[in-house]
Ligand binder design. Structure first.
Ligand code: SF4
Length: 384
């Protein structure tokens, strides 16, 4: 298929990988983080790690919105959905994220809560319009990619003068999470990973542009290469990162020039700024409480704020103590290093959020990577 196949050309990918192998300095180790779950998925699906020399390592980052949502917010959503007269609208991959006590939204739906899976935030507005006797809450999550559509939905609800629509807002901000990964302040356990550079997000950057990474790259002297989600995008970004490291540079470069500009989508940014403002603090799974890392509705839109309407106060809730999602989300552990991986934790019986969303590192490794683990183990046994 044109426009996709050309970014999945195996011969070209192998030739770029050969350049990576020839330019990577044999005496040093390179460790790069792909921030985004979309890149994690591409790396697993297309076997990109297998193309890289052994001294070039990719680690997963926190860029999966379902994965970083703390359990307390899922608990809030379940309580909301159980209220009489409330309809909770949400995306499908939130349905099976484990909440406290083994609960999840799917079980709440089975127990009688009116929870509906939707494809677009606009669907929630249309449901509210069609069913005025219900109060429809849109469970909004995501990085800057999905925030504009939530903003437009609230704008539409206001124009339609809907009084039975609100948003439970869980939108979070990418640059703050990158800063948390690079710094050590406030992180659970005080542990952090040392990376040589980042593959910057694709879709997020179509909205915010490359400019927000410039200060981060300079402050922490780490290169950032914004890249698309196709396999050739990713291998080319890795080659650019290798070159930057070798040359002692820490610049922001844009591999994804077909979709991303320096300033981003100004219309989308204005839509976000009109409706949302920064929260003082927000909890991230794996990263802990991060100041100014998430959005809430401005006072002018309070009537559409489910947190104010239903007086939601999120209580802290502990993760399953055996689940290593926190360390996986910070690149400190690989999915297969969690002892629950593939034993009690699988996509059918997820113990943590990273196994639920297709963008989660554990789900990606389950779907693609575990077969390579077995093949490698078999090859080692055969050689012994
Ligand atoms: S394998 Fe399951 S339990 Fe382990 S970190 Fe991943 S999601 Fe959590």
């Amino acid at each position: 298929m044109k426009y996709i196949d050309e970014y999945r050309d195996g011969d070209l990918a192998r030739s770029i990988a050969a350049r990576i192998a020839s330019e990577a300095i044999a005496s040093r180790h390179y460790k790069f983080m792909e921030f985004c779950g979309g890149h994690t998925h591409a790396i697993s699906r297309y076997g990109i790690a297998d193309l890289l020399p052994s001294n070039v390592e990719m680690v997963h980052g926190p860029g999966c919105p379902v994965c970083v949502l703390p359990i307390g917010r899922i608990d809030d959503a379940i309580r909301l959905a159980m209220r009489p007269g409330v309809t909770l609208c949400t995306y499908a991959d939130l349905m099976r994220v484990p909440a406290s006590g083994g609960a999840n939204l799917l079980k709440a739906k089975a127990a009688g809560a009116d929870i509906r899976m939707i494809y677009s935030s606009m669907d929630a507005v249309l449901i509210a319009e069609a069913e005025p006797a219900r109060h429809v809450v849109f469970f909004a999550i995501g990085f800057e990619t999905t925030t504009p559509s939530t903003a437009l939905s609230i704008g539409l609800a206001r124009r339609k003068q809907l009084t039975n629509f609100s948003v439970f807002c869980n939108h979070v901000l990418t640059p703050v999470a990158i800063r948390a990964i690079l710094g050590t302040a406030n992180l659970p356990n005080g542990k952090n990973i040392l990376v040589d550079g980042f593959i910057g997000p694709a879709h997020v950057s179509t909205v915010i542009g490359t400019a927000p990474y410039v200060e981060l790259a300079a402050e922490f002297t780490k290169p950032v290469v914004v890249a698309g989600f196709e396999p050739l995008d990713v291998v080319q970004a890795i080659l650019i990162l290798i070159r930057q490291v070798n040359e002692g540079r820490s610049d922001v470069e844009n591999q994804y020039i077909r979709a991303v500009t320096a300033e981003g989508n100004l219309i989308a940014q204005r839509a976000i700024a009109e409706i949302f403002e920064l929260r003082d603090m927000f909890e991230w799974r794996g990263l802990g409480d991060l100041p100014a890392s998430a959005l809430r509705l401005r006072a002018a839109y309070a009537q559409f704020d489910a947190e104010q309407r239903f007086e939601i106060i999120t209580a802290p809730a502990a993760d399953n103590p055996a689940c290593e999602c926190g360390d996986v989300l910070r690149g400190l552990k690989k999915p297969a290093e969690c002892k629950l991986f593939g034993t009690v934790c699988s996509p059918e019986t997820p113990m943590g959020s990273c196994m639920v969303s297709p963008e989660g590192a554990c789900a990606a490794h389950w779907t693609y990577g575990r077969f390579r683990d077995k093949a490698k183990a078999g090859a080692i046994r055969a050689a012994a």
